[in-house]
Design a protein. Structure first.
Ligand code: ADP
Ligand code: MG
Lengths: 280, 390
């Protein structure tokens, strides 16, 4: 058996009694590319929030490379703060692109690349030539060479998504958590993003959350279906698609009404940024 | 590789040249302030200018913590006053050795017979100078650590700093015997034997202020450029994102808050030297808010803006208060509202976004909007530009 990069044991997260994650078990091998799918509200984003330490689990635990994400202190055990979890080697791309709009792509990448993120090293250690070269290379990888030195707020939505993936790479984590990387992208951009993730999968362990079924088909090897905070089933795309439960809660709708799923995806995207549900 | 190396060399070259240019400009301005202004301005106005330059130092500090790091402090009056008091205490201890009472005069008035313990170190000049910077900086570091560690931000941070200002105001106001309460410390006599009020001494203070302002500017410039500066802006814009990239914002905020407080302390000491008084009124909430206004008017997240805003608003204020002693406050308030509504990014922000390109146009140099570089090389676009320009 392969070494596990991520193991999740009996994880429960409840928000005021509502269980966003319900006794979830999950594990992922080193070097694996895993896709997690599930209808909106299934708990996918919460799942990432727990791994990165943003949300504290109500019960259960997360193991990264075999160790818990907790630290022993004089007063007992406590969960590691987010920045320390990130430094262990977990990088995250958020659902809506979160790049620093007032900085240029180059600066965005430089601060993610920075290997010593405490105050005084950041202040006193200058970026060496090798580092600048790596950043320039990354800019090329994500196709922003021409826009490297203009404020990131001038980038298009797709370019921001790519910049954020670039920031993730700059951080050189062992595990990449990628939340809906193709939301709002054109078909062509979606396909290129898929190619990028596939090429990255050769060097990194990647967990991708996605809605877009075409995209999932493009990149998926092993798929986990999340539903109401629980792991519904796991397997290859073909296995998952033929699972009757999955068909019922999720794919069924999609298989019978191919066009409506993307519409539903669009609507829920609206809901997630806070639009009122009664909007058309 | 070779072209890449060449590009990188060219970039560092250009950066070096820009730094040299900026250094030259700062030096030139400093020389004008020191050599030309005394000829142009009366002694009274020159003294005013000196005070405002001192205030510009605290404005730089506020720009660091608010403009760049996004923490609105409405309590910089505390740090300003602490710096002022620290140096004023040294001045109050310049008592001629043959005087019958070796105490600041207000103390004997209140029946104090022995110098309180915490006054004693202020006999020493070096200690006093260090105290001007370090007392505010350490206080800010401790307060900042407690506050930032608990992720208190935004309005809550602003309210906390205001509350601290009220506490310190009352603390200083109530200590008649120890620091002369409401009246504050004033009536300074000498420093190194030179009479404080003399024109020459005041000119030395003025020059000192110019140098320290230039130094403060250089320090802020260093902090806000390069990777550290990017990190500050990133913390301001999206702290949560920074955490998940492996940064702990607390340390950065604490450092910047402390530096900013140290600058306020220096400003307070220089201001005290040039006004001849420091009192709890420096910890009026209104004064701390005014400091923020200077920066807002000049343009937050612009160091030049902070300095310019301070000098303009303060000269405007002194001009208006001379011309319209009754109603100048309304003028000032109106001016502020106007600037904030019409120029939300302050004077420098407006200059950058509107006047800048226009200025280039006047100078006969066209500046293209650089949104999409591919457009710039597109022959169709070039053709349109040449034929249909306005
Ligand atoms: N901070 C929170 N407080 C309360 N409920 C939350 C919170 N975050 C998420 N939820 C709820 O948990 C459920 C799962 O959310 P989420 O993980 O964002 O789903 P997904 O990303 O799969 O669409 C949703 O019903 C959502 O309303
Ligand atoms: Mg989500």
């Amino acid at each position: 058996m392969n070494a596990k990069i991520l193991e999740i044991e009996n994880l429960t997260v409840s928000f005021d009694g509502f269980k966003a994650l319900d006794n979830l078990n999950f594990s992922m091998d080193v070097g694996e590319l895993r896709v997690v799918i599930g209808p909106n509200g299934a708990g996918k984003t919460t799942f990432l929030d727990v791994i990165t330490g943003k949300v504290k689990p109500t019960a259960g635990r997360v193991l990264f490379k075999g160790r818990t994400l907790r630290a022993k202190t004089r007063f007992g055990e406590k969960a590691l703060p987010e920045h320390q979890i990130a430094r262990l080697g977990i990088g995250r791309k958020f659902q809506t692109p979160r790049v620093y709009l007032n900085l240029t792509p180059r600066q965005n990448l430089e601060i993610s690349y920075n290997r010593h993120k405490n105050v005084f090293s950041t202040l006193l250690k200058q970026a060496v030539a090798a580092e600048r070269r790596t950043v320039t290379g990354l800019i090329e990888t994500i196709g922003l060479t021409l826009k490297a030195d203009m404020p990131a707020e001038l980038l298009s939505h797709g370019e921001k998504q790519w910049l954020e993936i670039g920031m993730l790479l700059a951080q050189a984590p062992d595990l990449l958590l990628v939340d809906e990387p193709v939301a709002g992208l054109t078909d062509e951009e979606t396909e290129r993003t898929g190619e990028l993730l596939l090429s990255l999968a050769e060097t990194y362990s990647i967990l991708v959350i996605e809605h877009d079924m075409d995209f999932v088909r493009q990149i998926a090897r092993q798929v986990t279906v999340l539903h109401e905070g629980r792991c519904l089933c796991e397997g290859t795309m073909a296995q998952v698609q033929s699972n009757p439960q999955v068909v019922e809660v999720y794919l069924g709708r999609e298989l019978s009404e191919e066009s409506e799923i993307s519409l539903a995806g669009g609507q829920t995207a609206l809901l997630e940024v806070g639009a009122s549900p009664d909007e058309p | 590789m070779t072209t890449e190396a060449a590009i990188s060399v060219r970039r560092t070259d250009r950066r070096r040249r820009r730094v040299l240019l900026e250094l030259g400009i700062v030096l030139a301005i400093a020389l004008v302030l020191i050599l030309v202004m005394p000829v142009l301005l009366s002694g009274f106005r020159l003294n005013l200018l000196g005070r405002f330059l001192a205030l510009a130092i605290v404005a730089l500090g506020i720009d660091l913590i608010w403009g760049y790091t996004g923490m609105l402090s409405l309590g910089h009056g505390i740090f300003f006053a602490l710096g002022g008091y620290a140096f004023a205490m040294h001045l109050k201890l310049q008592i001629p050795p043959d005087a019958s009472i070796q105490l600041p005069e207000f103390m004997s008035l209140y029946g104090v017979t022995e110098l309180p313990w915490f006054w004693k170190p202020f006999y020493d000049f070096n200690f006093s100078v260090a105290a001007v910077i370090l007392i505010p900086a350490l206080l800010a570091a401790v307060l900042g650590y407690l506050v930032f560690r608990n992720r208190i931000r935004g309005v809550y941070f602003a309210i906390l700093t205001q509350a601290a200002t009220i506490i310190f105001f009352n603390l200083f106001n109530g200590q008649q015997q120890l620091i002369n309460g409401t009246n504050g410390l004033t009536d300074f006599k000498t420093l190194f034997g030179a009479p404080i009020g003399a024109a020459q001494t005041q000119f030395v203070f003025y020059c000192l202020t110019v140098f320290l302002l230039a130094g403060a500017y250089a320090l802020c410039r260093w902090l806000t450029s390069g990777r550290f500066g990017s990190v500050l802006i990133a913390i301001r814009d999206d702290e949560g994102r920074m955490r998940s990239s492996g940064y702990n914002p607390t340390g950065f905020k604490v450092l910047v808050f402390a530096v900013s407080a140290g600058l306020a302390g220096i400003a307070g000491a220089l201001f005290t030297l040039q006004t001849g008084i420091i009192s709890p009124r420096a910890m009026d909430i209104a004064f701390s808010i005014e400091m923020v206004i200077w920066v807002a008017v000049g343009g937050r997240a612009s160091l030049v803006g902070a300095v310019l805003g301070t000098i303009l608003v303060n000269f405007g204020k002194s001009f208006l208060s001379e011309q319209y002693p009754q109603s100048w406050l309304f003028f000032l308030g109106g001016l502020f509202l106007l600037v904030v509504m019409v120029l939300p990014n302050g004077l420098i922000g407006a200059l950058r976004s509107q006047a800048g390109p226009r200025l280039w146009a006047i100078l006969g140099k066209r500046q293209y909007v650089t949104t999409y570089p591919s457009l710039e090389t597109d022959p169709d676009v070039q053709h349109e530009r040449q034929n249909f320009r306005n």
